[in-house]
Each structure stands twice: as structure tokens, then as C-alpha cells.
Design a protein around this ligand. Structure first.
Ligand code: ZN
Length: 358
């Protein structure tokens, strides 16, 4: 039996025009349908996008399919209907078969330097094997590869690039030959020039970005996913390294002190910013709203911060930006205006994924 046609009404973002929206099958239409069942009235927002999330990753590495499913459900119930996974030690392709779980774009497994990342998270390689690892993950993923650009070097006692710039450049070229884009975890400054000169497509965290990087990123529209809930933790990292790695503590403190100015300089330069919760690993899933609130707290206009987690991010990842006639029926309804009060995002009134209320 066909599912009933559902009718939603209220302001439809991003333009905020008040409309009656019908869901027929898994798509949206504005052509009135007789006998449609009245669903929920409220502010209608195109399905949220978590541009940096980890499904199948727990505090100590890989987790079970049951736990992964729970993460995906928590994300979905928070309104996240499209996830760009930024590295997972397990194969989560099965999530894509599930109609009730968010749409998923995978990046394969993180690629890091040997013993230079969180244990059990990444495929850890030496420079000579980097390109081969990138080719492998490019084939496993959905058009993205994730590199760990920098991490603490216990030998140097500071944050340093994971690989020499020439190896990064070769790896990025390899990914591009395989049709995959590349993003990299970058906390510090030193790794950035090499990655950007080599044509990287996106930077995660990006707390070390300087003016010359931002100009180049804006010019080439290289994305930045600033993960402000993650960078909020830098003082903890600085604290934990204070005795054995004082230089690292100083670097992390300095990056933290400047993180707001860095982010706003990126925004002012015209770098496209997207919201990523960095959920998975040590943080819990479902709180992309917290990242939007965090972005606004740093000084981004509310509309830009929400767009970074919805319409602009959808377009960036090749989905429908807005809920135009015939668009996939992926949206979230809120009982108040989220742009007037971002805390409204913490409590979706109704989540519709592939035309179904979940
Ligand atoms: Zn991450």
C-alpha cells in the first residue's frame, strides 16, 4: 500500500517563504494533493548535513554494527540526514542500504603516519607507502580520502606535519587520478602551505590557517570544516602535554587563543565554511546543532551558520540545496524559527527522511 501523502506548512528555509509542502513518495511537491494528511506545521529546513562525522568509530577504534547503527540513529534524530564521514576503521557501506538511516558519503579509513594518531583509528603508513594507501582508500570510499595532516611528534615534542610536503603532493595527485577529493586533519600551520599548493580540496579544523592560505582557499573555493566543538578542547590537549611536551602545549594554546580570529578571517576572506560535529571517537553523536550554535558563537551570522549545516553544505556535496519542486523529501521541521533562536535546533519537531517521518 502506498504511504499517505503528507502535508506540511510553514516558512521554508532558506528563503523563509510560507508554503504548503506536500510529500508524495520520497519527493517534495507544492502542487496541492487532495486528501493529503496534515502532518506538522512549523519552520521547514532542508535536511541537515554533518560535514565531519565518524560512523563506526568509538573511543578505542572500531565498534560493532549495532553501535554504529545507534550512532547513525542519534545523528538522524538530531536532524542530520546527510553525513560526510571523515574516516572510519570499519566498512559502513551497509548504512547506505538502510532507508531509515542518514545518507552517507564515506572517505574510507583515515590515513596517518605510523604511531602519529589515535591508536586503532587510522591506516598508519610511512611516506613510501602513502600514495598506495591513498589509492586503496580512494577505491573504498565515495569520492573522498581523509589524511591526518599533522599530529604531535613525540620526537620533536610538538605538532608537526605527518609527512613531507612532496609525499603529500604525490598522494593528493594519486587521489585525484582516482577521482577522489582529499581532505586533511590540520591543527597547526606548518602543514598547510604544502597541502594547499598540492591542490587539496578541503581542510578539517584549520586552526593554523594564515592570511596567505585563506586567500588561496577563497580563490579556489577550498572548503573549511572548522569543527569548533572539537577545537574548544585544545586547552585540554595543552594541559595533558604540559610536562612532557611543553612546546606542543604552547602550540595548542596559541592555536586556541587565535581560533576565533582565524575562523572569522576565513569567513571574511570568502572561504566556504561547513559544519562538522566531529562526532564519533570520543564525542557522542546527534549534536550537530551544537556545532551550528558554536559557529554562531564565534561570530558567524546565524543564517550563514545554519546554511553551513544545511542548504550550502547540501549543494557542496552534490545534493539539492533547497526544497524545490521535485527535490528529495529530506527535511527537518521545527516548532519555532531556528534563525531567531538557534537552541530550537536542539529539538526537531519532526524529521522526514526519504519521504518518511522518522
Ligand atoms: Zn574527526
Amino acid at each position: 500500500m502506498a504511504a499517505p501523502v503528507l502535508k506540511f506548512s510553514g516558512p521554508v528555509l532558506p528563503d523563509g517563504e510560507r508554503r504548503e509542502l506536500f510529500v508524495v513518495g520520497d519527493t517534495v511537491t507544492y502542487e496541492p494533493v487532495a486528501g493529503a494528511e496534515r502532518a506538522v506545521d512549523g519552520w521547514i529546513v532542508p535536511g541537515l548535513v554533518d560535514a565531519h562525522c565518524h560512523l563506526g568509530l568509538g573511543e578505542h577504534g572500531a565498534i560493532s554494527d549495532e553501535e554504529t547503527e545507534q550512532q547513525a540513529i542519534e545523528d538522524r534524530d538530531g536532524g542530520t540526514l546527510l553525513i560526510r564521514d571523515c574516516g572510519s576503521p570499519v566498512d559502513t557501506r551497509w548504512v547506505q542500504e538502510r532507508e531509515d538511516l542518514p545518507r552517507l558519503i564515506r572517505a574510507g579509513r583515515h590515513i596517518a603516519r605510523t604511531k602519529r594518531y589515535l591508536r586503532n583509528y587510522a591506516d598508519e603508513v610511512e611516506p613510501a607507502d602513502l600514495s598506495a594507501a591513498v589509492a586503496r582508500e580512494a577505491q573504498r570510499g565515495d569520492g573522498w580520502v581523509k589524511l591526518v595532516g599533522d599530529w604531535i611528534s613525540r620526537d620533536d615534542g610538538d605538532l608537526t606535519p605527518s609527512f613531507p610536503a612532496a609525499d603529500f603532493a604525490a598522494a593528493i595527485a594519486t587521489a585525484h587520478e582516482h577521482g577522489a577529493k582529499v581532505t586533511a586533519h590540520c591543527f597547526g600551520r606548518d602543514v598547510l602551505t604544502g597541502l594547499l599548493d598540492a591542490g587539496i580540496d578541503c581542510i578539517e579544523h584549520g586552526t593554523g590557517l594564515a592570511e596567505e592560505h585563506l586567500e588561496l582557499m577563497a580563490e579556489r573555493q577550498v572548503a573549511l570544516v572548522p569543527t569548533v566543538m572539537q577545537t574548544e578542547k585544545f586547552p585540554e590537549y595543552a594541559w595533558s602535554g604540559r610536562e612532557r611536551f611543553p612546546a606542543y602545549s604552547r602550540t595548542m594554546t596559541d592555536l586556541f587563543v587565535h581560533r576565533r580570529a582565524t575562523l572569522m578571517a576565513a569567513y571574511d576572506a570568502g572561504v566556504p565554511l561547513y559544519a562538522g560535529s566531529d562526532n564519533g571517537g570520543v564525542s557522542r553523536h546527534g549534536n550537530l546543532a551544537g556545532e551550528v550554535i558554536g559557529l554562531a558563537a564565534m561570530g558567524l551570522p546565524r543564517e550563514y551558520a545554519l546554511g553551513a549545516a544545511s542548504w550550502r553544505a547540501r549543494e557542496w556535496l552534490g545534493w539539492n540545496a533547497d526544497l524545490a519542486e521535485g527535490a528529495p523529501a529530506d527535511f527537518v521541521v521545527y516548532d519555532a524559527d531556528p534563525l531567531a533562536d538557534l537552541s530550537v535546533l536542539l529539538r526537531p519537531a519532526c524529521v522526514v527522511l526519504r519521504g518518511r517521518v522518522v
